[in-house]
Design a protein around this ligand. Structure first.
Ligand code: NAD
Length: 380
């Protein structure tokens, strides 16, 4: 019988307990450049792990580990939902992005990524930019989300916004029987890289918008745009966006905006937006359902950018990315219908769909390996 292992010396808890169902965690240490990073590979059933690298001044290694484990698991679901041949991974660099960056640090990080030999592909996330990854690119090819001037596919907010528009069409189809965007009213929170492009496409389709942002100039700009594109724009204060008389709420700014305080104020029939982690907690999906508000799970809606990043491995091609992004329409309709059939929330339906995709692939993998002979014939 295997000898009882002593508890890990990292933290009080056994490191393997913390890893839960993650495949691999790599601690990267390069004292010369000051690099301290953690790469977490959650699940590679569907393909090599894919996920951005976040740089943040974590208060402790434990905090960094918790974050990277949580984020890498989320990536497994995002990749499965988008039908990508990638699994979930993520990396965090412990440090202040304002003060602690250097070319040497990112080159050292690139070497660690390279050492995984294609098990992990990464790119920018909160606190890191492509200028940082240009240094990592000198050490490894396993980087994606590359700017056009370096031969990549460029701005991911373009497919993300297109994905949001397909999701809005699917929602209209489900709720109103037609996927036309015109004649409906949308409340957009945040007119940044994604929200602004969504607003433009909705105006072009003849929609009416309530909009809010903390930056005055983008509000003025979209009001001006409506004169040439059509539709109508009503600007409201940040906090008023939750209670306007609209058909659909389109959160494109912050996470956690669907919570105990905002749900009672919502008058919309659906929520469809790009913001990550819109629900403050899972039980808010149930509260929305009870209030009769259809929720389009954020990670299904905002997959366009990820689809582009994954597609980059075949070389940049905007048409192909658009075609793949269009799948969000069908996928979301399927989730709405399944949630109805099984009497579960749309979040639960989306999660189950991803779990099934991964499980099916796992079974296929074991089918192919079933007949394989072991290399060494070791007798007990
Ligand atoms: P962004 O930073 O360009 O835009 C966010 C906008 O929200 C800004 O204009 C900002 O002024 C505004 N804002 C901030 N706080 C606000 C508030 N309290 N009220 C109203 N407006 C506020 O970001 P983005 O790239 O457009 O992304 C928007 C959301 O979508 C984020 O949650 C992001 O994580 C998510 N997302 C983006 C992509 C992408 O490809 N860019 C992909 C997936 C998910």
């Amino acid at each position: 019988m295997a000898k009882q292992l002593e508890k890990s010396s990292i933290g009080n808890e056994d490191i393997f307990q913390k890893m839960a169902n993650h495949e691999q965690v790599v601690f990267c240490n390069d004292p010369a450049s000051g690099l301290r990073a953690i790469i977490a590979i959650h699940d590679t059933t569907l393909g090599p792990a894919l996920g951005g690298t976040r740089m943040y001044p974590y208060a402790s290694v434990d905090e960094a580990l918790k974050d990277v484990l949580r984020l890498s698991e989320g990536m497994t679901y995002k990749c499965a939902a988008a039908g990508l041949d990638f699994g979930g991974g993520k990396a965090v660099i412990i440090g202040n992005p304002e003060k602690d960056k250097s070319p040497a640090l990112f080159r050292a990080f690139g070497q660690f990524v390279d050492s995984l030999n294609g098990r992990f592909y990464t790119g920018t996330d909160m606190g890191t930019t492509m200028d940082d990854f240009v240094h990592a690119l000198k050490e490894t090819n396993f980087i994606n989300g590359i700017p056009e001037q370096y031969g990549g596919s460029g701005d991911s907010s373009i497919p993300t916004s297109q994905g949001v528009v397909y999701a809005l069409k699917a929602t209209n189809k489900y709720l109103f029987g037609s996927d036309h965007l015109s004649g409906k009213t949308y409340a957009i929170q945040g007119l940044g890289k994604v929200g602004y492009k969504v607003a433009e496409q909705l105006l072009e389709a003849g929609a009416n918008l309530f909009v809010t942002d903390i930056h005055e100039h983008v509000l003025k700009s979209i009001k001006e745009k409506s004169k040439e594109l059509g539709g109508s724009v009503t600007i409201v204060k940040s906090d008023e966006i939750y209670s306007v008389d609209a058909d659909v709420f389109v959160p494109c700014a912050l996470g956690g905006v669907i919570n105990d305080e905002t749900i009672p104020r919502l008058k919309v029939k659906a929520i469809v937006g790009s913001a990550n982690n819109q629900l403050l907690s899972d039980h808010h999906a149930k509260l929305l359902e009870e209030k009769g508000i259809l929720y389009a799970p954020d990670y299904i809606v905002n997959a366009g950018g990820l689809i582009q990043v994954a597609d980059e491995l075949y070389g940049p091609n905007k048409e192909r990315v658009l075609l793949k992004t269009k799948e969000i329409y069908r996928s979301l309709l399927e989730i709405f219908k399944q949630a109805d059939l099984d009497c579960i929330t749309t979040v639960e339906a989306a999660n189950r769909k991803c779990q099934k995709t991964i499980e099916d692939q796992r079974n296929r993998n074991s089918f192919f390996t079933r007949g394989r002979k072991p290399k060494w014939n070791i007798k007990e």
